[in-house]
Ligand binder design. Structure first.
Ligand SMILES: [Zn+2]
Length: 226
């Protein structure tokens, strides 16, 4: 009887220990996943271009990574096939501008809004998607407050970036330099919005992309689209 009781107590203790371990593990897992939710958004401005956009799309497809394309209407109007491909392959398509001329678009509230709407309706006519996601050419950092407010009031959601491969800044940058810049400007933030360009002179951005993707992957980031 005494032996049975000891066995019973031992079994109960083992069971309690097992449950404690399971609960602890689950708790650690839920806390861990919450704390470590790291996401990177690859964004491509100023395209589409026949030379670079297809290269970028090929790599994204191979890597199974989504991205966001802020397109320029004057580039897109003769390349509807690229807008369609962006959408068909599951990426986000968003408004950058119709005409990438700061002097014209930032001249007035009406000029800016009509440029945005022109790009939006071009995207809608080609893809059936009418995006409200928008990126100010050059970023919102230098844009007058009244213009930012007007864009917001018109229902557009402006998104800047907090990291960059600096492909518009470093002249004739090598893929290695672009990768280094992406890495250096990311600072291991939990939410990274990386600025890249898929306009025609940025073949090296496409070449740097596999390395950039591998880097974020190795740091535990998931890839998202805006
Ligand atoms: Zn731009």
């Amino acid at each position: 009887m005494k032996r049975n009781l000891t066995l019973f107590t031992a079994a109960m203790l083992a069971l309690a220990l097992f449950f404690a371990l399971c609960t602890g593990k689950l708790y650690a897992k839920s806390v861990g996943s919450f704390a470590e939710e790291k996401r990177v958004y690859l964004t491509f401005d100023d395209g589409p271009s026949d030379r670079v956009t297809p290269l970028v799309l090929d790599i994204l497809k191979e890597e199974n990574v989504p991205a966001t394309f802020f397109v320029v209407g004057s580039q897109a109007v003769s390349r509807p096939y690229l807008l369609k491909r962006i959408v068909e392959e599951g990426h986000s398509i968003a408004i950058h501008c119709y005409d990438h001329t700061y002097r014209t678009i930032y001249g007035s509230r009406d000029a800016l809004l009509s440029d945005i709407r022109r790009c939006q309706s071009l995207i809608a006519s080609v893809t059936g998607i009418s995006p409200s996601l928008y990126r100010f050419p050059g970023g919102s950092f230098h844009v007058r407050e009244e213009l930012k407010q007007a864009v917001k009031d018109a229902g557009y959601k402006a998104v800047d970036w907090n990291a960059s491969c600096r492909d518009e800044e470093i002249k004739n940058a090598t893929p290695e330099q672009l990768f280094d810049a992406a890495k250096a400007t990311s600072y291991d933030r939990n939410r990274i919005v990386l600025l890249c360009h898929d306009s025609t002179n940025h073949t090296n951005t496409a070449k740097a992309l596999p390395q950039i993707i591998a880097y974020y992957r190795s740091r535990g980031y998931a890839f998202g689209k805006l």
